[in-house]
Design a protein around this ligand. Sequence first.
Ligand code: NAI
Length: 495
Amino acid sequence: MHPRRSLGTTQEVVRLPGAETSDEGAAEGGSEFDIVVIGGGPGGYAASLYAGAAGLSVAVVEKEKVGGTCLHRGCIPAKEFLETAAVFRAVAGAKEFGVQASQPTVEFAVSQDRKQKVVDQLHRGLQGLMKQRKNQVFAGTGQLLGGHVVEVTAENGSTTRITGRNVILAAGSVPRTIPGFDVDGKYVMTSDEVLSLTALPGSAAVIGGGAIGCEFASMMADLGVQVTVLEALPKLLPGCDQDIADVVVRSFKKRGITVRAGVPVHGHEPGESGTTVRFGEDEELVVDTVIVSVGRRPLSDELVSEDSGVTVDERGFVVVDEWMKTSAEGVYAVGDLVATPQLAHVGFAEAVLVIKQILGEPVFPVNYDAVPWGIYCHPEVAFVGITEQDAKAAGIDIVVKKDPFGGNSRARILGETEGVVKVICAKTADGRAGPLLGVHMVGPWVTEQLGQAYLAVNWEATPDEIAPFIQPHPTLSETFGETVIALTGRGLHVG
Ligand code: NAI
């Protein structure tokens, strides 16, 4: 049964044409599979692991390494470097705890090596798992032709054709670029280049104050880089609740990051010492490096031939319905390739949804309005559900309660009191706090605390229902618990 109470029925359980498992099981060395997956990133490998666990024969076509952007050029390496920044902050602040340590310096090449070790270990683990599930990996670039045929072109130009009773497109995304900022790996970088650096620049302009921009700005500033964030929209972290974004901006400013919102960028000219970035109304800034983090675009170039019957929209996203079905029968698309939140864990969920359908099991669509978000800058951000601003704009009556981490004993012990938990509930007819609609957190380890808030929002639980559940003391999670207790009408520590 699906946890969301308000949802009606599941999709009608129909065994899709071609849903039957091959009689031979995994077609070892054969060219016909139950499923051919193009792309071995989080969406693709989740589909292949989950299908393999159900005994389906799976081919995965991957042009680089399985693990995709998330493992090799995204989530994992970025968080590894953010951990270097956290260690740096801890050592720099050690004296306050009576621990004598000299002021730290960073050798970024060592951090780069450590990052690579972590990535390589996870990569080997994933390869092992895929082997165990009898997923067959084809090295090369896949293109979907008509009739569920996938042509795989290897690096040396040789081609192989394989067929899937079902095909899953999971080719992912690449960084978007902007005119006037050609990526050269020296003056202009995207996340791809930043994550392979062995030395940090002295100064950087980060263009785009979204998730990637804020993570890089935070990491680099903590490691001594002079950072300026240039964001085109009026605020950083668009999509985040304003109270949460405000805490991040305050912390950034306190740590020496220059934050400029509402400024368009016009181009840059490399000179003798760095490059001059032109932005706003006739403003200039000289920096060693520009980091472009203005979003990611789907990697659908030449992914599907016209004969495939798959529709791609003008932005390059593969068009799917809520069941991840493309316009071609038996062809699905998941992950960053489709216009849903570009998050690895959303790709996982979409992949599982597809495999369950292929198996003929009951399924529910992903509720994109209530997926968990985590941004790992310092302080961390984590949220699920509607923001106060969006609720008000939509005319929804809400009850809001906030509890800052300043009152949390564990946060005091950690010396990390910056931040707040904000819970948004629907207002009941008698003015009480009804089901939780959104939970927004900023502060220490909030990405690890979001789990119970995510469950509460998706279960449409009310404060009365969840307030009696105990939070261990002393923990950071008490701040969420206290906020919920206060929403019942009488708080313990929170008014
Ligand atoms: P984003 O869409 O989150 O943010 C891009 C930012 O760039 C926006 O604030 C936008 O207004 C701004 N922008 C666009 N054009 C601009 C211009 N010409 N000048 C100045 N600013 C401009 O994209 P981002 O940060 O690149 O991340 C890409 C994807 O990866 C996102 O969907 C994000 O959710 C995901 N991601 C998730 C992470 C996480 O969950 N921890 C971490 C990193 C990325």
